[in-house]
Design a protein around this ligand. Structure first.
Ligand code: NAD
Ligand code: UDP
Ligand code: UDP
Length: 318
């Protein structure tokens, strides 16, 4: 007799990336069948290699700017390069990935009646004039700058999600992710936590852009993945958008000092020009996540940095 699986079939686009690989792991642990779709632009096979023997895990090389016909119950749409170096490498492709990728995944969700979650970003707030940023803030985004391919692509994706929700009754979820870090960050993708750790471990100069007084709030990856799963599964049909991040706010100088101390490095700080449109201050207001999802981060920066340093110290190729 033919066996039909009653397990939830979950599609993770961008599943071979930093966040996607942790999400795939979490979903497998929760007992789901996971289809990981990735074009390997910034993701890597080594991020999900340890999952390939799991019969509940399937990997497909595919670019989400092209249609995708599969049968699924839930979709987490993470496909999109996230670091400024990578999203600015081919900015037209970045916007296409966010916009056409969203249209295709929403079309797929519409046909299969799947629930669909969008990995949006704090970049929808641009260089914010309100601090900390609540979800009700509409943002301060340059539409024609070097970050715009990412920021405006993600904003348009949110628009598409809410229009498919209103027009076609789709079950959507939108999370706005603030700076997240942890093991499997790409060592060369230019994001600040990976840059500082790799520089400190190699004894190279630590590159501070601008005067280092700009701030960010850093969330450890497992906290973020937990919030995404809670958002997808919330029973109240709360669609968001909801901020997910750790409100602990640090200057880049403070971050550099912590990394130097925790690695025991002798690296020196060097100052380089600030990239254009670099936000000066960023901190999530997470009251909505607390109230609707009963979620708050559990891992403080120092603890998360130790785990991430350990990863970069011990992983070949990292
Ligand atoms: P990442 O670059 O490691 O992962 C992105 C993944 O998407 C990669 O595996 C890449 O190969 C894949 N991808 C890119 N374009 C694709 C395409 N056209 N088709 C199929 N796959 C494609 O970055 P990440 O940090 O894991 O980010 C994952 C998602 O979370 C992104 O959508 C990003 O915008 C969002 N996000 C991340 C952060 C963060 O701090 N890490 C913050 C805000 C938002
Ligand atoms: N699509 C997809 N997989 C599906 C269904 C649709 O990739 O299973 C794509 C398809 O290419 C389409 C897009 O999603 O262009 C939007 O689909 P929708 O049904 O909203 O619009 P339409 O098909 O009318 O353009
Ligand atoms: N940054 C830095 N040195 C680096 C990389 C980044 O000082 O080697 C700064 C960057 O200018 C920004 C902050 O760190 O102010 C966070 O940068 P990242 O690219 O990680 O994230 P985003 O700017 O997208 O929040």
């Amino acid at each position: 007799m033919k066996q039909y699986s009653l397990k939830k079939r979950v599609l993770v686009t961008g599943g071979a990336g930093f966040l996607g690989s942790h999400l795939c792991e979490r979903l497998l642990a929760d007992g789901c069948d996971v289809l990981c779709v990735d074009n390997f632009f910034t993701g890597a096979r080594r991020n999900i290699e340890h999952l390939l023997d799991n019969r509940a895990f399937e990997l497909m090389r595919h670019d989400v700017t092209f249609p995708l016909y599969v049968e699924v119950d839930e979709i987490y749409n993470l496909a999109c390069p996230a670091s400024p170096i990578h999203y600015q490498f081919d900015p037209v492709q970045t916007t296409k990935t966010s916009v056409m990728g969203a249209i295709n995944m929403l079309g797929l969700a519409k046909r299969t009646k799947a629930k669909i979650l969008q990995a949006s970003t704090s970049e929808v707030y641009g260089d914010p004039t309100i601090h900390p940023q609540p979800e009700s803030y509409w943002g301060n985004v340059n539409p024609i700058g070097t970050r715009s391919c990412y920021d405006e692509g993600k904003r348009c994706a949110e628009t598409l999600f809410f229009d498919y929700h209103r027009q076609h009754n789709l079950a959507i979820r939108v999370v706005r992710i603030f700076n997240t870090y942890g093991p499997r960050m790409h060592p060369n993708d230019g994001r600040v936590v990976s840059n500082f750790i790799v520089q400190a471990l190699r004894g190279n100069d630590i590159t501070i852009y601008g005067d280092g007084t700009q701030t960010r709030s850093f969330c450890y990856v497992t906290d973020l993945v937990d919030a995404m799963a809670r958002m997808m599964n919330n029973g109240a049909n709360f669609v968001g958008p909801v901020n997910i991040g750790n409100p602990g706010e640090f200057t880049m100088l403070q971050l550099a000092e912590s990394v130097i101390r925790l690695t025991g490095s002798k690296s020196k700080l060097v100052f380089q020009p600030l990239p254009s449109d670099d936000p000066k201050q960023r901190q999530p207001n997470i009251e909505l996540a607390r109230a609707k999802l009963g979620w708050q981060p559990t891992i403080a920066l120092e603890e998360g940095l130790k785990k991430t340093i350990e990863y970069f110290r011990t992983s070949p190729g990292a």
